[in-house]
Design a protein around this ligand. Structure first.
Ligand SMILES: [Zn+2]
Length: 283
């Protein structure tokens, strides 16, 4: 049965458009994406808050308190990388022993049967949940959360929230942004990914330059610049290399500025964004 199905897939389908010559069409799955929780289920691996929970590399991470962190690995920040063949071998070994291997718990029920699909390179990084609803939102919460410990941090800008809201609500958005910005006070919990995108790419740098400590501002700018580069419709190899250097610098400094306990999977994943763009195209 499998052979017959594969023969159909590899032979392709004859397509006959009206008034044109027929041609053969073959369809392959090249990319699949999901948020981190769903990706762990689809890949049949540990969740992102567990040991070896990064779908792109085999760094085990460490567990402090209730969080899993990925301290920056200076000598090999992106590796050791997972590969398709090794992940299949890990899945087979885990299936035999009943114990996960490098976080892989079993063969993926859905994806290992798809011909030519690369389960590591083909799993696209989910920029919306990772960068917008992940890192960008996390940084706003550092700067504005009115918790007793946060209020004493150098990055805290909560005392300027009303001024920032005023500036934000009086911005005239660029043409590609269809909705006006909403204030952080009172509206942040209703911000959708598109609001975080506009904040990240257009509003945050010109506003926060007036309020955020320069050390934290320059660090945040690395993240914004890299996202601008990787979101271009067309991107050169030099651009990707530059974005990668910015993101590696951002993640390595994140640890010293905000604490190693804050380098969670969404932050660590930024070291893999450039490779994801090299393999599958711009974000
Ligand atoms: Zn990783």
């Amino acid at each position: 049965m499998g052979t017959k199905r594969e023969n159909v897939i590899f032979a392709g389908i004859e397509v006959q458009p009206p008034d044109e010559e027929s041609y053969k069409s073959k369809v392959f799955l090249i990319a699949c994406t999901a948020d981190l929780q769903a990706k762990a289920l689809v890949m049949n691996m540990k969740q992102h808050n567990g040991k070896c929970g990064c779908p792109k590399c085999k760094q085990p991470g460490t567990h402090i308190g209730h969080k899993q962190q990925w301290p920056y690995q200076v000598h090999d920040p992106k590796g050791p990388r997972r590969t398709h063949e090794e992940t299949k071998a890990h899945a087979a070994a885990a299936s035999d022993t009943g114990k996960d291997v490098c976080g892989i718990k079993n063969p993926s029920s859905w994806l290992t049967a798809v011909p030519h699909f690369d389960i590591v390179e083909g799993m696209a990084i989910d920029y919306m949940h990772g960068a917008l609803l992940g890192v960008a939102k996390r940084m706003i919460s550092y700067w504005f959360s009115e918790t007793s410990t946060n209020k004493h941090k150098d990055w805290y800008c909560g005392n300027s929230k009303h001024e920032i809201d005023y500036m934000l609500e009086n911005i005239k958005p660029p043409m590609e942004i269809h909705r006006r910005p909403r204030s952080i006070t009172g509206h942040l919990q209703h911000w959708k990914a598109s609001k975080f995108r506009a904040w990240l790419l257009y509003y945050s740098l010109p506003i926060m330059v007036h309020f955020l400590d320069p050390k934290y501002y320059e660090h945040y700018a690395l993240f914004v610049m890299a996202q601008h580069i990787l979101l271009q419709q067309s991107i050169t190899e030099d651009d990707v290399d530059r974005a990668e250097q910015l993101l590696l610098q951002f993640v390595s400094q994140f640890e010293s500025l905000y604490g190693v306990q804050e380098v969670v999977c969404n932050v660590h994943s930024l070291v893999h964004y450039a490779d994801n763009v090299r393999e599958l195209g711009p974000l």
